[in-house]
Design a binder for this molecule. Structure first.
Ligand SMILES: *Cc1c(COP(=O)(O)O)cnc(C)c1O
Length: 363
């Protein structure tokens, strides 16, 4: 089976994790954690990085540190991984869904303002499948209405908007290092920010709400959302390779594009977009199947030993988030969208083979 995404872990990562294991610092103290945070902050040219146990806890921590609570509303795109909305619900706040842009699949800024009420506190733009959101527009809206912006960059490490890295536009940005993400620590996440007060608050909440200067004294209810030294040891080496991985993802995209372009011309497929203002990192190279049922292609490829994934469902059609609303772009794209194999270590011949199978299916 050709997998959709598998991690690329080399000898250097193994050496690094081994060093952490042998040091005895196997929990959430140890040299690798602070180093990883420092290097991740430097990579984004921001002041602070706070590592977490995963991307979902990163989102929850970010919203908590901003004081999001009961009766607050937080705007999220209707097409995203459920964790984005779940983090809002963990705060007892309410996710408010906004449709996506038909061209680049991220939250449609034009549809945000109509969803803002006096209860709205924040917007979570999600840089979906490696493509950045239209951040100027979103931060303008947030400024006009006094809202926080928390970027969900779990799928877009190193992507750029107008030449600037995603994760540097909001009050806080959250990343995931799950095994299928662009870089991995097994499980793991990170919050980055230029606000030292917020970083301090996130560090306290991450560590049971304990006061850093008074052991076992709790001013508030916190969480155990810490990253381990072992995860950080893996992450440090992965981060060193991030730019190389991004170049590889962009090469993979180029090969898919070249071999599937004819179908875009014939309007049978829409290829993974890259807007003029965007540098997309193609977490998964993704396409829309326009004329035939997408699920038949999934089935067809599966029987030829090629694993793929359908796009996320619009959140508002699923039981926990159920809401009678119309999100025409998300509905359409969710049904047509397909993530193709995009691992760092996939080779050119395999990609061409997958494109040949798609060609055969479309015939
Ligand atoms: C993966 C992902 C998350 C959650 O990250 P975990 O590390 O799996 O908890 C959140 N948002 C989006 C958009 C994701 O793709």
């Amino acid at each position: 089976m050709i997998p959709v995404l598998e991690p690329s872990i080399g000898k250097e990562e193994i050496r690094s994790v081994l060093k952490a294991v042998k040091s005895g610092w196997v929990s959430s103290k140890g040299e690798f954690i602070e180093k990883f945070e420092k290097k991740f902050a430097d990579y984004h040219r921001v002041k602070e990085a706070v590592s977490t146990s995963n991307g979902t806890t990163a989102l929850h921590l970010a919203l908590k540190s901003l004081g999001i609570e009961k009766n607050d509303e937080v705007i999220v795109p209707v097409l995203t991984f459920a964790a984005t909305a779940n983090a809002v619900i963990y705060c007892n706040a309410k996710p408010v869904f906004v449709d996506i842009h038909p061209k680049y699949w991220c939250i449609d800024p034009q549809k945000i303002e109509e969803k803002i009420t006096e209860k709205t506190r924040a917007i979570i733009p999600v840089h979906l499948y490696g493509h950045p959101c239209d951040m100027d527009w979103i931060t303008d809206i947030a400024e006009d209405h006094g809202l926080y912006v928390v970027e969900d960059a779990a799928e877009s490490h190193g992507a750029e908007y107008k030449g600037k890295k995603v994760g540097t536009f909001g009050d806080i940005a959250c990343f995931s290092f799950y095994g299928n993400k662009i870089i991995t620590t097994g499980e793991g996440g990170m919050c980055i920010t230029n606000n030292e007060e917020l970083a301090k608050e996130m560090r306290i909440l991450r560590d049971h709400g304990m006061r850093p200067d008074k052991k076992y004294w709790h001013d508030k209810i916190g969480f155990n959302y810490r990253m381990t030294n072992l995860q950080a040891a893996l992450g440090i080496v992965q981060l060193k390779k991030l730019d190389k991985f991004i170049n590889k993802k962009r090469k993979i995209a180029k090969i898919y594009r070249k071999n599937l372009y004819e179908f875009q011309e014939k309007k049978e497929i829409e290829l993974h977009p890259e807007m003029s203002w965007a540098k997309c990192v193609y977490w998964t190279y993704s396409i829309l199947i326009k004329n035939k049922p997408r699920d038949e292609l999934i089935e067809y490829l599966y029987h030829k030993s090629v694993d793929t994934r359908p796009f996320f469902y619009p959140l508002n059609i699923m039981p926990p988030y159920k809401k009678e609303e119309k999100h025409p772009n998300a509905y359409k794209i969710s049904k047509e969208g397909l993530n193709l194999p995009s691992s760092i270590n996939i080779n050119k011949e395999t990609i061409i083979h997958i494109c040949d199978l798609i060609r055969e299916f479309l015939k």
